[in-house]
Design a protein around this ligand. Structure first.
Ligand code: GLU
Length: 613
């Protein structure tokens, strides 16, 4: 979602801002802008040319005043007011001397706007953000400094925000604050930096800090001061990251998605690394839950959105089967508003690649308030959900830049399988030998993924053959069902084609009415105890004219006889197989998107880290 970058104390500030915006583009955006506190006045450029806006800014920034050393940049993902230059951030107050960039939603902007207009302010954009600039203007006109004006302003607003504010009156000062959406701070000897995400600051400084909810930061050249919105001094926690800059660059690949798909064996292997202690027990990261705590758990509630939700669905099978604990899975944005039954014996697990997905973060907060123990599964160290949780299980996939999740999803699945094994271990539902065997099978997965990646050409040929198709049904049973959901989601996200994922047994209860000649049915037909039933489900759609593509285990003659096209994969143990079976479906969606001429890294309308509700 929107990206914020800011810096003060840099001679080349404009280059840093544009480069930072380029590195934040992956979050998804529709327009962009930047402002410099060119000494004495603000200098602003904005562009609303979809995902080409940052490139347009680079051109416009060529005429930036070189004396400026302070500025902020923004990529906007419109929530209020359509994407246009007028609605692009930074947004000004009436005087053009205060500029604000904002990520999130100011929920009471209508009332504030009406009051401001009645008091003589002119609001020029349709955004919810602009009122912030006018509120700061009002407070500064009353004699407050920029910092105090921002502090007072934030007492008046409801909703979620990370903001950065500059004023021509204090040209070397950046004021930032956050509530529920991310912001990190960086420091060097002569400069101070801020950004909504780590990749924007990689290679700029190692001294990074987390700004927490309801805190305000004052950045001046070489210094950062953090206070709570109430005014108390705070020592911001240092952010420890082991990502290097190369990990956030394409490294010779055509796009980030290709690179990240190929990094999957490594992401899975790293997530499994050193989890198994010599005494046979398993370790979580930052476990602030004891074995006794885990033994008391009698229900696991997993909340997530998007692809992470599919990882969560898969975890349900593993947790229930191995640990014999009831597991429920919910879409994070639904969970919070439906009065879920939770108490101290419930483990609420939030799964979020960024650790900043607002729906998931708020769901976990809700779970904690209701007394549940909270565990976060995330790829970003010290992210919001990691900091709020009782225990964390990190996926070690490295930065994922492509909007559509690939390597982080596979890492989430194995991380959640490790959680299932940990629960099984403390509850004694699996013996040490059984856990050893499952761990061995888990360690074989990277090699199997590698094997599937070698077969890319075969997947390409199937995509070529189906390039004219418009409707796709993805079917699976048991753990194949979440795989089907994920395959369909990837196709929707990347190719903008109609795709639905269904449990194969459910099709006959309605959706089969949609099957007609030309419909493509993609079946996840790797071996599991439901193979025979699944075969009948496929026969049902085949006899209605569907073209059949099956993901099937090497050498499966029945699958070959049934299908028009087969995507072959090596056979993994049943509960682990999704980690392998998803891969050809990622490649298939990637190839179809490319054949249709789409930008796979930045699909339309999508944001990587969804920081609005
Ligand atoms: N709600 C603000 C707007 O629509 C900010 C959106 C964003 O996070 O980019 O302008």
């Amino acid at each position: 979602m929107c990206g914020i970058i800011g810096a003060t104390g840099l001679d080349d500030v404009v280059d840093l801002l544009v480069e930072g915006l380029e590195r934040l583009e992956y979050r998804g955006y529709d327009s962009a802008g930047l402002v410099l506190t060119a000494p004495g006045e603000l200098w602003r450029v904005r562009a609303a040319d979809g995902t080409r806006s940052v490139a347009a800014l680079r051109g416009l920034a060529a005429s930036a005043p070189r004396a400026a050393t302070t500025g902020v940049g923004h990529t906007r993902w419109a929530t209020h007011g359509h994407p246009s230059v007028e609605n692009a951030h930074p947004l000004f107050d009436c005087t053009g001397r205060v500029a604000v960039v904002h990520n999130g939603i100011i929920e009471n902007h209508t009332e504030i706007g009406e009051r401001l207009e009645a008091a003589g302010h002119t609001i020029t954009s349709a955004t919810d953000t602009e009122v912030l600039a006018h509120l700061v203007e009002e407070q500064m006109a009353g004699g407050l400094s920029l910092t105090e004006a921002v502090r007072v302003t934030l007492t008046m607003v409801e909703g979620s925000f990370s903001i950065a504010v500059v004023s021509a009156d204090e040209p070397e000062l950046l004021v930032a604050a956050r509530r529920n959406t991310p912001l990190i701070l960086g420091l060097t000897d002569g400069a101070a930096l801020l950004a909504s995400d780590i990749p924007a600051l990689l290679g700029k400084t190692d001294r990074l800090f987390v700004l927490d909810d309801d805190q305000l930061a004052e950045l001046r050249p070489g210094s950062v001061r953090v206070t709570t919105l109430a005014g108390a001094e705070v020592e911001p926690p240092a952010l420890s990251i082991d990502w290097d800059l190369a990990a956030a660059q394409k490294g010779g690949y055509e796009d980030f998605m290709s690179k990240e798909i190929r990094e999957q064996p490594r992401a899975v292997a790293d997530t499994l690394l050193d989890r198994h202690r010599p005494d046979g027990s398993l370790t979580l990261d930052e476990a602030r839950l004891s074995d006794d705590d885990l033994r008391r758990i009698n229900k696991v509630y997993i909340v997530a959105c998007g692809s992470s939700y599919h990882a969560a669905l898969l975890a349900k099978y593993a947790i229930e089967h191995w640990a014999r604990v009831a597991a429920e899975v919910d879409i994070a944005s639904e969970f919070r508003y439906r009065d879920p039954v939770l108490d101290a014996t419930t483990l609420a697990v939030g799964v979020s690649q960024s650790g900043e997905s607002l729906d998931t973060a708020l769901a976990l907060r809700e779970a904690r308030q209701r007394g549940a123990r909270v565990l976060a599964v995330t790829n970003v160290v010290d992210s919001s959900i990691a900091r709020d949780a009782d225990a964390v299980l990190y996926t070690r996939a490295g930065p994922e830049i492509c909007v559509a999740a690939t390597k982080t999803l596979l890492a989430q699945i194995v991380a959640l399988e490790l959680l299932a094994l940990t629960l099984a271990q403390v509850r004694g539902t699996l013996s040490a030998d059984e856990i050893d065997q499952i761990m061995e099978s888990l360690h074989r997965l990277p090699g199997m993924i590698e094997e599937v990646l070698k077969r890319e050409k075969e997947v390409d040929e199937v995509a070529q053959a189906l390039v004219a198709a418009r409707d796709f049904f993805y079917l699976g049973r048991n753990v194949g069902f979440p795989v089907a959901l994920e395959g369909a989601l990837k196709l929707k996200e990347l190719s903008y084609l109609h795709a639905e994922g269904y449990p194969a047994g459910e099709l006959k209860h309605g959706p089969i009415a949609l099957i007609e000649p030309g419909t493509v049915v993609v079946g996840v037909a790797t071996r599991n105890p439901l193979w025979d039933k699944f075969q009948s489900n496929i026969a049902e759609v085949k006899s209605r004219g569907a073209t059949i593509v099956l993901v099937a285990n090497d050498g499966d003659e029945r699958a070959e006889a049934l299908a028009d096209h087969v995507l072959w994969v090596p056979a993994a143990d049943q509960l682990l197989a999704p980690v392998v079976d998803i891969v050809p479906l990622q490649l298939f969606a990637y190839r179809l998107a490319r054949l249709h001429g789409h930008d796979v890294d930045r699909p339309r309308n999508l944001a990587k880290t969804v920081t609005v509700e």
